[in-house]
Structures are given as C-alpha cells and as structure tokens.
Write a protein that binds this ligand. Structure first.
Ligand code: AMP
Length: 170
C-alpha cells in the first residue's frame, strides 16, 4: 500500500546539475492519496478566513484548484511570462535554478483582500515571496502558504512573513 511520501520521486541533477528535483506528479495517479492530501491542505484554519486562494504556475494550479473546489473558495492565478492577457502586475525573482518572473491580472485582485497561497513545493522561498510582494504592494493580505512539499534545508519559510503549512517536510 503506497503512502504519500512514496509518491514524491527524486530526480538527481534535473533540470540542472546539483538540483534534486522532487516530482509530485505521481500523486495524481493515486486518487485516494490525492484526495487525502487535499483534505489535509484544506484543514488549514487560516484558509477559512481567506477571501481567495492564489495558486502558482504550473503545478500549483493542480493542487490550488482542488483546494479551491474542496474549500469552496475563489481562486486566482500567478503565471509565468507571456501567459496572461489584459492589464497585469509583474515581478522578477530568483529561482533555485535560475531567474523567472510572475504576473497577476490586476482585474482578478479587485474583489479580494486576503489570500492563501497554494503551491506544490517550497524551496528557497523566492517564488512565494514574489507572489506575496506583488499582492502586498496592492495592499492585499497574505494569511498563509499551503504547500505539498517543503525542502527544509533551503529555509524558504524564513523569507516569508506569514505561516507556512507543508504536508511533507524533506
Ligand atoms: P523556490 O522559489 O526556490 O521556493 O522554488 C519553488 C518553485 O520552484 C516551486 O514552484 C517548485 O515547483 C519549483 N522548484 C524549486 N526547487 C524544486 C525542486 N528541488 N524540486 C521540484 N520543484 C522545485
């Protein structure tokens, strides 16, 4: 009988030498384990107080939309460059393996004041920090990050000024 931990596969030196890539996609092949994971993510008390979820491109969308559905919360998205139409707010950040930028549609923010961020994995914290600074610059509140995996050694949570819930800490 598989457990959630068994479904986080490690690929050495992907996408660059020195990176141990944690692949969470196998979870989706086991609906019972996926469902149990989503229920754990939804048990976050701060989620109840949030106006909406913001999930991060691209694996964050998988978990974010399931959490949104299960918790009956609205969801908006932060996306990689060139993906979002309309007026967007953009910020660049450093990744464990390179640079990137994320954008949010400014229209999507209008109805909501407080957010919980959902992503698949917290590494250095640069990605989540980028999303939170984008939102905080618009006077929005971040109540929590909910993530499937946290790579503890990279101390990403030290970069964040809100609580972090990770289902698996490696
Ligand atoms: P970071 O900004 O360093 O916290 O990186 C988090 C984002 O990059 C997440 O959206 C992950 O999907 C991805 N990521 C970073 N490091 C890894 C890793 N070792 N394994 C899998 N995904 C990673």
């Amino acid at each position: 009988m598989k457990k959630l931990e068994d479904l986080i596969l490690t690929y050495k030196d992907f996408p660059k030498k020195g990176i141990d890539f944690k692949d969470v996609l196998e979870i989706l092949q086991y609906p019972d384990i996926f469902q149990d994971l989503i229920l754990k993510m939804c048990s976050n008390q701060l989620l109840k107080n949030a106006d909406a979820i913001i999930s991060i491109d691209a694996r964050g969308f998988i978990f974010g939309s399931a959490v949104a559905l299960e918790s009956s919360k609205p969801m908006i998205v932060a996306r990689k460059p060139g993906k979002l139409p309309g007026h967007i707010l953009t910020r660049e950040y450093d990744l464990e393996y390179g640079k990137n930028s994320l954008s949010i549609q400014s229209n999507a923010l209008k109805r909501f004041n407080s957010f919980v961020i959902v992503d698949d994995l917290l590494a250095t914290g640069g990605t989540v920090n980028c999303v939170s600074s984008l939102l905080q610059a618009q006077n929005k509140k971040i109540l929590s990050l909910i993530t499937v995996v946290e790579l503890k050694e990279l101390r990403g949570r030290a970069k964040l000024d809100f609580p972090v819930q990770s289902v698996i800490s490696l």
